[in-house]
Write a protein that binds this ligand. Structure first.
Ligand SMILES: [Zn+2]
Ligand SMILES: [Zn+2]
Length: 372
């Protein structure tokens, strides 16, 4: 991408080809399942030790986990994994920077505790402080659950330099519904995402558990297994997974699993892994969106500027031609099934593809701001 920085149009084309290249040409790339957000007894309001939380994720087939404690750094070297732990399970060091005015951020792949004490009347300044401190320590930053206490709006987020990751979906009962429904006068996290993307930002959506509770299982408890990401990476190392998350080489899910995401210069295609989706959504830990009435089955929606659905397909496979008419396109895949009192719906959210020159512009802005 660097050799075409004076040619935005060419750069977009190059990016898209590179993205598609990473989907197919790298035969050895794998999808890794992980959760970026979990708590332990160390914070005083969760019920299981770091060892026990790590064991749950290990035992349930995850490949990576961040023990993101509130203003406490849990060194993975101090966490005892189960005996004969799988080799394809790692802990990535992290922290939930729990700051002023209910602004929370996950710092990923950091070597030590990140300072959280900055105070300001400006939510933008607080997010920027979390992000700057995380980057200075060599990590990457996710803005967490913006709708928690409705603390963060898109107007707070838009001016933040280098903000590229936010929690679109969070499994905590206080915020889980905010992906799709909010109290009057507020906007959902999915609408927030489209607002930021429509404004020309490069922001990728994360899904996480925000686990606090392993000893009591209830839809009102913040249990694990309800939100995660699937990251495409050549290697399972903290560095590689962190780099791919930062690059948007992942999708967010609350239960739907994809077998294919193929983005070329001309086309955006996705395909559902039906078998794995039925298995994941059959998990006793899962929590879908409840609806009184709905049509069952799979639906693929291609969503563009202003959150408009450009095309939808009923079924497990869909594609859309990309053109200059939509500055970005992302995909939402839903699986709806009957449940006890109506219907229940699960999702996968893929990351946006851009057909404008924003990737070049944002890359230059970041280089300017972070000085590299
Ligand atoms: Zn939080
Ligand atoms: Zn949390």
């Amino acid at each position: 991408m660097n050799n075409s920085k004076n040619k935005p149009a060419l750069l977009v084309a190059t990016y898209l080809v590179v993205f598609a290249f990473s989907a197919y040409a790298k035969d050895k790339d794998n999808w890794y399942k992980g959760n970026t957000h979990a708590h332990t007894t160390l914070c005083g309001h969760a019920d299981s030790s770091p060892d026990a939380v790590a064991k749950w994720y290990h035992d349930h087939g995850y490949n990576f986990l961040i023990l993101s404690e509130h203003n406490i750094f849990i060194d993975p070297a101090t966490v005892k994994l189960p005996e004969k732990a799988r080799e394809d399970f790692i802990l990535i060091p992290g922290e939930e920077i729990t700051g002023h005015r209910h602004v929370h951020s996950t710092a990923i792949n950091i070597p030590e505790l990140i300072d959280w004490t900055f105070k300001s009347e400006s939510v933008t300044a607080i997010i920027q402080n979390h992000l700057d401190n995380t980057k200075a320590a060599g990590g990457e930053h996710i803005l967490n659950h913006p709708t928690y206490r409705y603390a963060v709006t898109t107007e707070d987020m838009k001016p933040v330099k280098g903000l590229h990751l936010f929690e679109l979906h969070n499994g905590h009962p206080n915020t889980v519904r905010h992906t799709h429904e909010v109290d009057e006068g507020y906007v959902t996290t999915e609408d927030m995402w489209d607002d930021m993307l429509t404004s020309g930002l490069v922001v990728y959506g994360v899904s996480s558990d925000d686990t606090h509770t392993l000893k009591e299982w209830d839809t009102e408890a913040s249990n694990p297994g309800r939100g995660w990401i699937m990251v495409r990476s050549g290697k399972l190392t903290p560095e590689s997974i962190t780099k791919e998350i930062r690059s948007g080489n992942f999708y967010a899910t609350s239960g739907v699993i994809l077998s294919r995401i193929d983005i070329s210069e001309e086309q955006y295609s996705v395909e559902v892994d039906r078998r794995t989706t039925l298995k994941e959504s059959g998990s006793p830990y899962i929590l879908g969106r409840k609806l009184p009435e709905a049509a069952g089955g799979f639906m693929i929606e291609f969503i563009g500027p202003e959150g408009n659905t450009v095309k939808h397909v009923h079924g497990t496979r869909g594609s859309l031609s990309l053109g200059p008419g939509n500055a970005y396109i992302r995909c939402r895949v839903s699986y709806t099934r009957r449940s006890t009192n109506g219907f229940e719906q699960f999702f996968a959210w893929t990351q946006p593809a851009f057909t404008d020159d924003r990737l070049a512009r944002v890359e230059a802005e970041d280089r300017n701001y972070f000085g590299k």
